[in-house]
Write a protein that binds this ligand. Structure first.
Ligand code: PBG
Length: 307
């Protein structure tokens, strides 16, 4: 009998859904696996905006520690929550096929306010990236902080006097709680690795590395790898106004990356199209172009604002 793979997961409904997906994939390949729920600091303090907490990897830290202490064997994360710098001794062993990458607006009444330039709508999100892109498009709007897991945030939106809130579509669709009152934000560029799930393990754990290898989706791994290289080269933080999306169509890889100032008054977008087989290095290269086009000044401002 194979040794049982202990899968560490956060306790939110979305985290459990993602961990169960990995458990089912491992089981289908003949492995035994069990879930080990672990609390993360990011789920305990639901008030402080993430950018004020300032710790890198607040959602992944507890699971990383549990892995290093041999209390769990693998950890399942939303890839966009994983810092670009991994703790020593751990590795990302598989990137699961990506779901919906887009952001989604959940509105209370209707979306008429989006075309009324005189109305100062109240929009909820704690994401610096979403705030910056939103203010660039709707400078007259008021933004409000909204923290918590997907379910808590939906409840808060219902309770508050806000017009709408912004979510990752994947988070709501996976656990089947996307409200009818919602619309995909096609114009908003997603966070690097949004909609993708990553499975980490200890570097020296050959059994888990081998078990996870067939779960890796090459196309998703390539695209999210480029998006994360773009992020790492610019700043490396998880709470930044940095967006990136890469996808493959035919044999071509298309990339779009953006850096916004915090209030959205400046925005630098770069794009790439290369044969997928030659995509190596384009995330870093695109980030360098952003820096050369004045991104260095914006990055410095963000660093100073975040202390
Ligand atoms: N930062 C929280 C977080 N991390 C991953 C998701 C959803 C799933 C995903 O984007 O992969 C969410 C919720 C959200 O941003 O609304």
């Amino acid at each position: 009998m194979d040794k049982v793979i202990r899968i560490g997961t956060r306790e939110s409904q979305l985290a459990l859904w993602q961990a169960n997906l990995v458990k089912d994939l491992l089981t289908a390949n003949g492995h035994s696996a069990t879930l080990v729920p672990i609390k993360s600091d990011g789920d305990i303090d639901l008030v402080t905006p993430l950018y004020e907490i300032g710790v890198q990897g607040i959602f992944t830290k507890s699971l990383d520690a549990a892995m290093l202490a041999d209390r769990i064997d693998i950890a399942v994360h939303s890839y966009k929550d994983v810092p670009t710098q991994l703790p020593k001794g751990l590795m990302n062993a598989a990137v699961i096929e990506r779901g919906n990458v887009k952001d989604l607006l959940v509105y209370k009444k209707d979306t008429d306010f989006l075309s009324d330039t005189t109305y100062a709508a109240n929009i909820a999100t704690s994401s610096i990236r979403r705030k910056a892109q939103w203010l660039r498009r709707f400078p007259q709007h008021q933004l409000h902080n909204l923290r918590g897991n997907v379910n808590t945030r939906l409840q808060k939106l219902a309770a508050e006097n806000w017009d709408a809130a912004i979510f990752a579509a994947a988070g709501l669709e996976r656990i089947n709680v996307r409200p009818a009152n919602s619309v995909i934000l096609d114009w908003m560029l997603p966070a690097p690795a949004q909609g993708a799930i990553v499975v980490a393990c200890r570097e020296n754990d050959d059994h888990c590395r081998e078990a996870l290898l067939p779960l890796n989706h090459d196309e998703t791994a390539l695209c999210t790898g480029i998006e994360r290289a773009f992020l790492r080269t610019l700043l490396g933080g998880c709470t930044t106004p940095i967006s990136a999306y890469a996808y493959i169509d035919g044999n071509q890889l298309f990339f779009e990356g953006n850096l916004c100032s915090l209030n959205g008054d400046r925005s630098i977008t770069v794009t790439r199209q290369v044969p997928a087989a030659e995509a190596e290095g384009i995330g870093k290269d695109a980030a360098q172009e952003v820096l050369d086009k004045g991104g260095d000044v914006i990055i410095e401002e963000i660093r100073n604002a975040q202390g």
